[in-house]
Design a protein around this ligand. Structure first.
Ligand code: IPD
Ligand code: CA
Ligand code: CA
Length: 265
C-alpha cells in the first residue's frame, strides 16, 4: 500500500476512536451552532485535532484543509479532512457517521479513507490501485438503469436555495427507481456506493471535505462522479451525481430538466 494511504488510515482510526469514545455520552456534549441547522461539538474538534496530529507527525510540510480549523498552508500535497461527517446523526445518537480523509496533489486525488467506526468498516483507495473495504476489493454495482436501483441522496436542510429543483429531481428519481435513502453522512454514502450497497447517488451543495475521500473511492471502484452538467467541477460546485457509467447517464438525463439557471455551472 502507498505510504501516504497508510498514514491516512492511521489518522482516520485516531479520529474514529474519538467518535466512539464520546458516542455513549452525546447528551452531555458542548454544542455550538455555526449557522442554522449546522452544529459543531467538542467531538468534531477533538477528532480533527487527533487526525491532524498524526498527519503532521509524518508530513509536517504538507498543507491541510480541515472542516473545523480551515486551511493550514504548506506544500503542494494537501490533506482534506472531515473529522465527523454526519454530525446531526451523531448528536441524535443515530449511528451513521464517518471520518473522511483525502490527499490531493496538484488537483489530483491520490489517497482516500472513509472510516465508519460503528461497524468498523474502513474504506480506502490509492490512485491507480483500486478501492478496498477492510482490505477486500470493492466495485460499484452493475445495475444499468433506474429500474430496481436503490439510490442515495442528501435532502437539503440548511441552504434552501435549490430546494425546488432538488425536489423535482427527487420526485422523478423516486418514481422510476426502487427507492431513495437519506443516510446522513455523504462520505459514507459515497463509500457505500463504491461497494455497491447503493447504485446511484446525488446531492447538491456539499463541501470539498464531504466529497474528496468518497470521490476517489468511487473512481477506483470503477464508478463515475461528476457535477450536474456531467463535468469534473464537483469539488468546486458541491453538486454531485455518482454511479456506474450507464446508470450515471440515466440519472443525469433525469436530473437535467430540473436544472434551474443558477444550477447550470
Ligand atoms: C453533512 C453530511 C450530510 C450532508 C450535508 C453535510 P456534516 O456533513 O455529509 O449527509 O447532507 O450536506 O454537510 O456537517 O455532518 O459534516
Ligand atoms: Ca461533512
Ligand atoms: Ca463534519
Amino acid at each position: 500500500m502507498h505510504p501516504m494511504t497508510n498514514i491516512a488510515i492511521r489518522a482516520a482510526r485516531d479520529g474514529g476512536r474519538v467518535l466512539t469514545r464520546y458516542f455513549d455520552r452525546v447528551g452531555s456534549l458542548k454544542i455550538e451552532t455555526k449557522q442554522q441547522n449546522d452544529y459543531v461539538s467538542e467531538v468534531d474538534r477533538t477528532s480533527e485535532a487527533a487526525i491532524i496530529k498524526t498527519i503532521k507527525r509524518y508530513y509536517p510540510e504538507h498543507a491541510i484543509l480541515a472542516e473545523e480549523s480551515g486551511l493550514h498552508e504548506g506544500s503542494e500535497f494537501e490533506w482534506i479532512i472531515d473529522p465527523l461527517d454526519g454530525t446531526t446523526n451523531y448528536l441524535h445518537g443515530f449511528p451513521q457517521f464517518s471520518v473522511s480523509i483525502a490527499l490531493r496533489h496538484r488537483g489530483e486525488l491520490l489517497s482516500a479513507v472513509v472510516y465508519d467506526p460503528m461497524r468498523e468498516e474502513l474504506f480506502h483507495a490509492t490512485k491507480g490501485e483500486g478501492a478496498f473495504i477492510n482490505d477486500r476489493r470493492m466495485r460499484v454495482s452493475p445495475r444499468k438503469g433506474l429500474d430496481g436501483s436503490l439510490l442515495g441522496t442528501g435532502i437539503p436542510y440548511r441552504d434552501m436555495t435549490h430546494a425546488d429543483a432538488y425536489f423535482g429531481m427527487m420526485r422523478d428519481l423516486i418514481v422510476d427507481s426502487a427507492g431513495v435513502r437519506r443516510p446522513g453522512s455523504a462520505a459514507l454514502d459515497f463509500a457505500w456506493l463504491a461497494m455497491g450497497r447503493i447504485d446511484g447517488f446525488w446531492e447538491l451543495g456539499l463541501a470539498p471535505w464531504d466529497i474528496a475521500g468518497g470521490a476517489l473511492l468511487i473512481k477506483e471502484a470503477g464508478g463515475i462522479i461528476t457535477d450536474l452538467s456531467g463535468g469534473s467541477r464537483y469539488l468546486e460546485t458541491g453538486n454531485v451525481v455518482a454511479a456506474n457509467m450507464k446508470l450515471h447517464k440515466v440519472m443525469l438525463d433525469t436530473i437535467k430538466p430540473h436544472m434551474s439557471a443558477s444550477l447550470k455551472e
